[in-house]
Write a protein of this length. Structure first.
Length: 232
């Protein structure tokens, strides 16, 4: 049934939005109107077997890419989701700024680790820190013998306050890409970070060249990590 829904969604998508694409061309006002329409349809469709939901989400993604390709951004640094809108990219634009938002920065420890709490000084660098400790900086994430450089970041339109970030990562002779959905939640007075990660494009270093290799089994599905913030 799921495959049928996806197939029908593609039929809807190819038929309903090819004409709209040509009409929109590179007019941001038209693209924003189309994006808003598909956004409402994408979020408002509650029946998982209705192909109109996946079709609207796919169409919204295409309009999103078209707007970004002509220099438009969604959201500004420091804004909450309700304040965000499309605008010509500037120095304070979330995409243009290309930095992880402030609320995600700092030292974090994976929940369920051997210790129940941590401090910022527990981060001792990528070689000497405990494997459960990570440092989130504006343009990178670093862990024990592991690092990710930020490629892009944008608001997650499906979850207020969260972002979707693209990273180029590496460690122990291998490189790969990560798409992370980051969100913050407060539970019993504790600030928690939820990180949902999808992995792709793994390569292994061979001298001066990188050769593609299959993802290991533990990276073939989305991973979910829960972190607590380390106190000063």
């Amino acid at each position: 049934m799921k495959a049928l829904v996806v197939s029908l969604a593609l039929v809807f998508l190819s038929g309903s939005f090819a004409d709209a694409q040509s009409d929109a061309n590179h007019d941001p006002a038209v693209l924003i109107t189309l994006w808003t329409h598909e956004y409402e349809n994408c979020r408002g469709q509650s029946d998982p077997d209705d192909p109109r939901g996946p079709a609207a989400c796919a169409a919204m993604g295409v309009y999103d890419e078209q707007l970004r390709s002509i220099g438009w951004c969604y959201g500004k640094l420091g804004q909450v989701m309700a304040q965000m809108s499309w605008h010509k990219c500037g120095p304070d634009s979330l995409e243009f700024g290309n930095r992880i938002p402030e609320q995600f920065l700092g030292v974090w420890m994976i929940e369920g680790s051997d210790t129940s709490s941590c401090k910022q000084q527990d981060w001792k660098g990528d070689a000497d820190s405990d494997p459960s400790i990570y440092l989130f900086e504006p343009s990178k994430i670093t862990g024990h013998e592991y690092g990710c450089l930020l490629s892009s970041v944008r608001p997650d339109v499906n979850l207020s306050g969260s972002v979707i970030a693209q990273f180029k990562c590496g460690g122990e002779g291998e490189d790969w890409q990560e798409t992370q959905r980051l969100s913050i939640h407060k539970v019993l007075g504790k600030k928690l970070l939820i990180q949902i990660t999808k992995f792709s494009n793994m390569t292994e270093q061979h001298g001066q060249q990188n050769a593609p290799i299959p993802l290991p089994m533990n990276m073939r599905r989305e991973s979910i990590e829960l972190y607590q913030q380390c106190v000063p």
